[in-house]
Design a protein around this ligand. Structure first.
Ligand code: ATP
Length: 457
């Protein structure tokens, strides 16, 4: 299973999904850059999220707030005081860990929580119980604004996009003329000074989030949390993530974040080294914690006057919060498959195929002239240019056709369109579907409609 992640990491690098950051300087640990295919996949994912969560609904609107907010925001939100992780160090090998991660790994293995870290083996050197007393370590990344570098100029890079939504709540509510229950969504970069980043793009210090804060009447929060849990589950399965690799994890009461009444995570079977499951997304009931805290600290009224009931209340908030990189990794792991395909001589050979939902596929159609030829190539190029008006198209005329099919299978391209010598006579092309490898002859004047009906969304 650990192999599968390694396979995805190397495929990502080889084909241009994800590269190690600053690799010409030896790479920066646990930071990654998205290449030409990765950025397409990532943008497709974000587009699907935005459609599902925002534009297909009448009760959710979007915003795009700053990464650096007023420092007071992070004091009021509780992040300056409590956004910390317990840091411990193995005194034998000097590697640092998050104490809560060590405890969780122990619990997953032994079905009980450890009495103390004295019971836990170091995942790096194997020594038992050699850990220092955990110290709280701030997860906030900070910088300085302006020419002086003193405490007055400290600014924080947001560790979540949510606070930009809370600070804009009243304005958005008024200008968009929405009434609770309604939501505000935002996608964008967040930053956390993670002690132990790693597992490829699962945990990085710089990452993208897709968050939505749904404002409801107090008392209706529990019902709405159930609703959004179901919606979020359906979003992943609707885009092809297999349910057998997903589960819910309910946060125990004593471990809830400072703002939460209930949090349930969708976990995916990432299967990294020691742990099978990892958080994909959290759906939290943040109560009225954030709006009340900001109202108190800013002196601005952030309550809502409910004309129907004739009463004033501060909305409760249900928050589905997802990570773009984690979702992308889950979809890639889930879509990766190995099966068999016939080679040029009709013999079955192993093939790698990424069975991504076509809505997520970075390249929608590959246009392939059967061979490099003065008649076929211009015809195929013309077709590629026409199709590019609608989709991301790849044109490839290098090497044997079978090999070119394999390249497209490996990156998840749903359709290959081959221009051959018959095309010059019958004005038709061969369309090959990725998963079934079935081929169909389609006339050139119908090809756009044929593809359009199969590449919805
Ligand atoms: P974890 O327990 O894994 O640190 P979290 O519970 O702190 O995650 P949330 O605060 O709930 O995470 O953030 C919402 C989502 O943002 C997560 O489910 C995840 O998809 C994403 N996310 C959080 N931290 C990171 C990170 N360091 N790298 C990549 N994605 C992240």
């Amino acid at each position: 299973a650990a192999d599968k992640i390694d396979t995805i990491v190397s495929l990502s690098k080889r084909r241009g999904f994800v590269y190690p950051c600053s690799e010409i300087y030896g790479g920066q640990r646990a930071a990654w850059d998205y290449g030409p295919l990765g950025v397409e996949l990532k943008e497709n994912l974000k587009r699907q999220w935005w459609r599902y969560m925002v534009t297909s609904r009448e009760d959710v609107v979007g915003i795009d707030s700053s990464v650096i907010l007023a420092s007071e925001v992070w004091v009021a939100s509780g992040h300056v005081a409590t956004f910390t992780d317990p840091l411990t160090e193995c005194t034998a090998c000097h590697k640092r860990f998050r104490a809560d991660h060590l405890e969780e790994a122990f619990e997953a293995k032994h079905n009980r929580a450890p009495e103390s870290l004295a019971e836990v083996n170091c995942p790096n050197c194997g020594n038992k119980g050699q850990f220092t007393e955990p110290k709280q370590f701030s997860g906030l990344l900070s910088t300085h604004l302006g020419p002086t570098q003193d405490s007055g100029s400290v600014a924080y890079l947001r560790p979540e996009t949510a606070q930009g939504i809370f600070t804009n709540f009243a304005q958005v509510q008024q200008t968009s003329r929405r009434k609770p229950p309604f939501g505000i969504a935002q996608m964008g970069k967040s930053f956390r000074n993670e002690i132990t980043p790693g597992n490829f793009i699962f945990r990085t210090r710089e990452f993208e989030q897709m968050e939505m804060e749904f404002f409801v009447k107090p008392g209706e929060d529990e019902k709405w949390q159930e609703y959004w849990m179901e919606q979020r589950w359906n979003w992943y399965t609707g885009l092809g993530l297999r349910e057998e690799n997903m589960r819910w994890f309910e946060h125990p009461q004593e471990k809830l974040s400072h703002y939460s009444k209930r949090t349930a995570d969708i976990e995916y079977r990432f299967q990294f080294g020691g742990s099978e499951w990892g958080e994909l997304e959290g759906v939290a009931n943040r109560t009225d914690y954030d709006l009340s805290s900001h109202a108190k600290a800013s002196g601005k009224d952030l309550s809502y006057f409910d004309q129907e009931g004739g009463e004033r209340w501060t909305p409760y908030v249900i928050e589905p919060a997802a990570g773009v990189g984690r979702a992308m990794l889950a979809f890639m792991l889930d879509a990766y498959a190995e099966d068999e395909a016939p080679n040029a001589k009709g013999k079955m050979e192993k093939r790698v195929v990424m069975r991504l939902d076509p809505r997520l596929s970075p390249v929608k159609v590959a246009v392939l002239p059967l061979s490099r030829n003065p008649d076929l190539s211009p015809k195929a190029k013309g077709l590629a240019t026409a199709l590019r008006q609608h989709w991301n198209i790849e044109f490839d005329d290098a090497g044997a056709i079978g090999k070119r099919y394999r390249r497209q299978d490996e990156i998840g391209t749903p359709f290959c369109v081959t221009v051959d010598f018959d095309t010059l006579e019958d004005n038709a092309v061969t369309v090959r579907e990725r998963d079934t490898m079935k081929q169909e002859r389609v006339s050139l004047d119908q090809i756009e409609g044929y593809l359009a009906s199969r590449l919805i969304g």
